[in-house]
Ligand binder design. Structure first.
Ligand code: NAD
Length: 299
């Protein structure tokens, strides 16, 4: 039975994943290399539990129980030592994840399932650096985790069907809806979503329309809850770029080439909400339009 869950990486996704497991009675260890990031994550979890309370979906007791179920840790080996399941949600970078899985594999109990929340990196490759590829799987939550229902479950080449079944059932117990995908670049969600976001950035870069028009057209015209440029800011432009690079390298098809404007904005650290600025400005705590010619690459 999966009771103890270690979540590695306490960024935008890690705090949400820890929140959801803890709220469903799991003993959660939230791990990050940065103590400041762990503090920030706990503050975010408290804020989001407060929101659920205001909406009437949880009571005061559940807030306290959820918080009591979470401890934080900066030492990876200590943090995974008694885990039944590790969910890795660290930076979307292949080298970082391969190193992490080697370390997690060395420190976690032998029957522990190792899951990655990666948006696009090969589960098979991640599994190959461990001594237990049959126990490695993709458990891809959506942002914001406490709100979004989907868990994309990705089978690596060697993933055992018992492990897949365990993760599918666990996802349901968390109140989520699991959907299965095989291990090809971007899986399903980002193979379809990210080229759309990249195309929106190309459309902006080529001066076809401005930020406001592109987001309005896609939001109202396609009944999307937010436009693709706002969504890119929400996901993080660095994460979007990493995913496009995985698609581009994985398929070797130029249609997946990241837009040069996306590359430039990541280099300029205009990463979206988490940086205070992306396609919109968030520095005052609101979403403000940026009126600027710098998004334009061509006449
Ligand atoms: P983020 O940049 O907000 O957070 C990453 C965290 O990982 C940081 O706190 C960093 O300190 C930590 N970290 C880096 N190296 C580490 C290590 N060696 N040990 C422990 N912690 C380490 O990233 P995020 O947006 O939360 O994304 C995390 C993962 O979730 C990525 O694989 C990403 O592709 C995936 N994902 C992201 C979204 C999204 O909307 N942002 C959605 C679904 C999946």
């Amino acid at each position: 039975m999966i009771k103890n869950v270690s979540v590695v990486g306490a960024g935008a996704m890690g705090n949400g994943i820890a929140h959801v497991f803890a709220q469903h009675g799991h003993i959660v260890t939230l791990i990050d290399i940065s103590a400041a990031q762990l503090e920030k994550a706990m503050a975010t979890i408290k804020k989001n539990l407060g929101r659920q309370f205001e909406k009437g979906t949880i009571g005061e007791v559940q807030i306290q129980e959820t918080l009591d179920n979470i401890t934080t840790e900066t030492d990876l080996a200590r943090g995974v030592a008694t885990a039944h399941l590790v969910v890795e949600a660290a930076t979307e970078n292949e080298a970082v994840k391969l190193k992490l899985f080697e370390q997690i594999d060395a420190a976690a109990p032998q029957d522990c399932i190792l899951a990655s929340n990666t948006s696009s990196i090969s589960i098979t490759k991640i599994a190959s650096v461990t001594t237990r590829p049959q126990n490695v799987i993709g458990m891809h939550f959506m942002n914001p985790v406490p709100v979004m229902k989907l868990v994309e479950v990705i089978n690596g080449y060697a993933t055992d069907s018992f492990v897949t079944g365990t993760i599918v059932e666990l996802s349901k117990k968390l109140g989520k809806v699991p959907a299965l995908a095989h291990d090809y670049p971007g899986f399903v969600a980002n193979r379809i979503l990210m080229p759309m976001i990249n195309e929106a950035i190309n459309t902006l870069h080529e001066g076809v329309a401005d930020v406001e028009a592109i987001d309005t057209i896609m939001k109202l015209g396609m009944a999307h809850p937010m436009g693709p440029l706002q969504l890119a800011d929400f996901i993080g432009l660095d994460v979007c770029l990493s995913i496009m690079q995985v698609l581009f390298n994985g398929f070797g098809n130029p249609k997946y080439a990241p837009c040069p404007l996306l590359v430039n904005m990541v280099a300029a650290k205009k990463l979206g909400i988490k940086a205070g600025e992306g396609f919109y400005n968030y520095s005052q705590g609101t979403k403000e339009l940026i009126v600027s010619e710098r998004f334009r690459g061509k006449d």
